[in-house]
Design a protein around this ligand. Structure first.
Ligand SMILES: Cc1cc2nc3c(=O)[nH]c(=O)nc-3n(C[C@H](O)[C@H](O)[C@H](O)COP(=O)(O)OP(=O)(O)OC[C@H]3O[C@@H](n4cnc5c(N)ncnc54)[C@H](O)[C@@H]3O)c2cc1C
Length: 384
C-alpha cells in the first residue's frame, strides 16, 4: 500500500533538512527521503565557512542572497540549539585574507576600496597588525584584509541538529530510500515512486544535491541542470588549541580552525563527474597552499582526509522555488555556499510552498531561468 505525507522532501542533506524543518514547524506532515544516510553528502564534507565577503569580489544578487543568509545565521543557530539541546560549534572570530605577493596585494587593495565604498565591514591590516592577530601566519605576507562579519560553523553539528529538529517537529526521515520518479495526476504532482514503493504527496521538494537532475517522470525542461564538482579536504591535528582564531582565506586554499584543535584545509575544485575519491594530487595541492600560508604546519599530524560533491548549476547560482510541474519545487545548486544558505533556503521555500509568495530576493534564482522560451514567447513575457 502507498505511504502518504502532505509533503515529501527528496534528499536529507542540509538543504532538504532545513526546508523540512520549516515545513514541520508550520504543522505539515513531512517525510524526508534519503537514499543513503542523512547529511552524509556534500553537507558532511563541507568546511562550514559562512564567508560571503571572502567568496565574492563584486556585488550581484547571489552576493546579496549570501549576505542575507549570513545575517540570519547566528540567530538560527541559537534557536536550533534551544529547540534540540544539540551542541553546535559556532565561531564568530571573522575571516582574514592575506596577500602573499605584489600582485595579490594589488588585488586586495582594489577589493578593499570597492568593499569599503559598498559599505561592507572590512579592515585593512598591515603585516604587523595581521601577525599580531595571527602569529602563525607566514612572515612573507604583504598585508591582509579582515572581514569581522564572516563566521564559520561545524556543519556536521548543524545537520545532526536539523535532523533532530525535523523529528521533534513530527517529521519522518526515511534513510535508505531512493526516489526515482515523480508521479502525476494530470499535470500535478501526486507523489513519488521510490525504491521502497510509492509515497503519495501533493507537494514534493527536490533537494537531491548534485543528483537533482536524475528525477524521472517530469518534462525534460523541468530537469535541473546541476552537476557535481568535487572538493577534497584534509584536517591536521595539533593538540588542544587550533593555531588560528580566524578563518584564513586565499584564492588557493583556506584554513578553518575547529575548537577541538583540528585545522581544516580546503578545498580543491574539480570536474570529475561523480568520482568522489581523495587523490594524491589533491592532497599535495592542499599541503602546498597551506604551507605557503603557514610553514609551521609541516610538523603537524595529519588527522584525516575526505571529499564531497558540490551541487553546481549551469550558471553557478542556486535553483529555488516552483518548477514547471505544479507541486514540484527545487532547492539545490548551492555550490560552495550551501551551508551558509541552508537556513535562508528553508525560509524562502516555506514562504513559497505555504503562502504561494516569491520573496523578491529569491526571484533571480527561480528554476524558470533555465526553461527555453516557448514558440513566439519573449523573455519579457516569461518574466511576467
Ligand atoms: C569540500 C567542500 C567544502 C565546502 N565548504 C563549504 C563551506 O565552507 N561553506 C558553505 O556554505 N558550503 C560549503 N560547501 C558546499 C556545501 O557543502 C553544499 O552546497 C551543501 O552541502 C549542499 O547541500 P545539499 O543538501 O544540497 O546536498 P547534499 O548534502 O549532497 O545532500 C543531498 C542528499 O540527497 C540525497 N539524494 C540524492 N539523490 C537521491 C534520491 N534519488 N533519493 C533520495 N535521496 C537522494 C543524497 O544522498 C544526499 O544525502 C562545501 C562543499 C564541499 C564538497
Amino acid at each position: 500500500m502507498a505511504q502518504r505525507s502532505d509533503i515529501v522532501v527528496i534528499g536529507g542533506g542540509i538543504i532538504g533538512l532545513a526546508v523540512a524543518r520549516r515545513l514541520c514547524l508550520a504543522g505539515n506532515a513531512v517525510t524526508v527521503l534519503e537514499r543513503h544516510r542523512t547529511g552524509r553528502g556534500a553537507s558532511w564534507a563541507a568546511a562550514g565557512m559562512l564567508a560571503p565577503h571572502c567568496e565574492f569580489d563584486e556585488p550581484d544578487p547571489y552576493f546579496e542572497l549570501c549576505r542575507t543568509g549570513l545575517a540570519r545565521y547566528a540567530g538560527f543557530i541559537e534557536t536550533l540549539r534551544e529547540e534540540t539541546g544539540c551542541p553546535i560549534e559556532y565561531n564568530a572570530a571573522g575571516a582574514m585574507l592575506p596577500a602573499l605577493s605584489d600582485r595579490g596585494q594589488a588585488q586586495l587593495e582594489t577589493r578593499y576600496e570597492r568593499h569599503r565604498c559598498d559599505g561592507v565591514p572590512v579592515e585593512r591590516l598591515n603585516v604587523r597588525e595581521a601577525r599580531r592577530l595571527e602569529p602563525n601566519l607566514t612572515n612573507g605576507i604583504r598585508m591582509a584584509l579582515r572581514y569581522p562579519d564572516d563566521h564559520q560553523v561545524e556543519n556536521r553539528d548543524v545537520v545532526t541538529a536539523l535532523a533532530q529538529s525535523v523529528q521533534r517537529g513530527g517529521g519522518v526521515i526515511r534513510e535508505g530510500v531512493a526516489a526515482r520518479k515523480i508521479l502525476l495526476e494530470g499535470h500535478r504532482v501526486s507523489g513519488v515512486d521510490t525504491s521502497e514503493g510509492i509515497w503519495k504527496a501533493h507537494t514534493v521538494v527536490n533537494a537531491m544535491g548534485c543528483r537533482a537532475r536524475y528525477l524521472d517522470g517530469i518534462a525534460p525542461t523541468d530537469r535541473i541542470p546541476v552537476r557535481p564538482v568535487r572538493g577534497q579536504i584534509l584536517a591536521l591535528k595539533a593538540g588542544t588549541a587550533p593555531p588560528f582564531h580566524h578563518t584564513i582565506y586565499t584564492s588557493g586554499a583556506y584554513l578553518v580552525p575547529r575548537s577541538d584543535g583540528r585545522l581544516i584545509i580546503g578545498a580543491t575544485v574539480e570536474e570529475t563527474g561523480f568520482r568522489d575519491e581523495v587523490t594524491l594530487g589533491g592532497v599535495m595541492q592542499l599541503f602546498r597552499d597551506a604551507l605557503e600560508l603557514a610553514p609551521g604546519l609541516k610538523s603537524w599530524a595529519l588527522d584525516s582526509t575526505w571529499s564531497g560533491l558540490r551541487p553546481v548549476t549551469r550558471d553557478g547560482w542556486p535553483v529555488l522555488g516552483a518548477t514547471g510541474t505544479p507541486g514540484l519545487f527545487a532547492a539545490t545548486g548551492h555550490g560552495r555556499n550551501g551551508i551558509l544558505l541552508a537556513p535562508l533556503t528553508g525560509d524562502l521555500l516555506a514562504e513559497t510552498i505555504l503562502h504561494d509568495r516569491v520573496p523578491s530576493i529569491m526571484r533571480p534564482f527561480l528554476p524558470d531561468r533555465f526553461y527555453p522560451a516557448r514558440d513566439g514567447e519573449t523573455s519579457d513575457e516569461r518574466d511576467r
